[in-house]
Design a protein around this ligand. Sequence first.
Ligand code: ADP
Ligand code: TYD
Length: 207
Amino acid sequence: MRRGMFITFEGIDGSGKSSQAQLLTDTLKTLGHDTLRTREPGGSQGAEEIRRLLVEGDPDRWSAMTEILLFTAARRDHLEKTIKPGLAAGKIVVSDRFADSTRVYQGAARADLRDVVDQLHALMIGREPDLTFIIDMDPAAALTRGLARQSGEDRFEELGLEFQEKLRTGFLALAKDFPDRCHVINGARDMDVIAAGIAQITSDYLK
Ligand code: ADP
Ligand code: TYD
């Protein structure tokens, strides 16, 4: 049986992660791979409940520290209930966001809490993806896309353009910290063109 593989999509809000996670999953399925698409925060029943606490309501609802704990609790449940069982069954698990989001959103952009994020990750998660696609694009364009969705989950998007600029810088720095698994993808192109590039990198990895 083929060993499982863990792929994540990262980037600022509205950059096209969900669309690309869906397109890659479809392509992998067409190629005959057993594939599981999931997301964070969420991806398991308990983590989806925590997601609601995180993405709805006032932007100042939680302290930075409480927020890190909630994201980590959700991730631990997601890992136990969805990711690990999927990988153990030999699946390709594709997640829309994972630990890099906490490193950037909580660890760099909002407060200098990267040490806490890293320690909690080591203690509670301890797993990195095999392959990470960082979808990079201009925050102003991404913000317009995201707010146009009107999903009712805009607590983070409402933090504004300056914040999204910091996130972009944070994700690009992260790609340099983890060059083996991270691929920076230009998200300001046609969806299908982006998807083709991502599918190519994934098939090269699978060879
Ligand atoms: P994210 O998951 O990063 O927030 P989504 O995949 O949900 O982003 O995309 C946000 C919005 O932008 C959606 O309405 C989606 O259809 C649109 N979108 C995604 N990728 C592209 C693209 N390459 N070009 C134009 N619009 C896009
Ligand atoms: P998501 O549903 O991926 O939002 P979007 O589709 O707009 O990109 O994630 C919800 C929000 O949660 C998003 O603004 C990013 C934020 N987030 C963190 O701040 N830390 C994390 O660890 C994760 C996973 C998400």
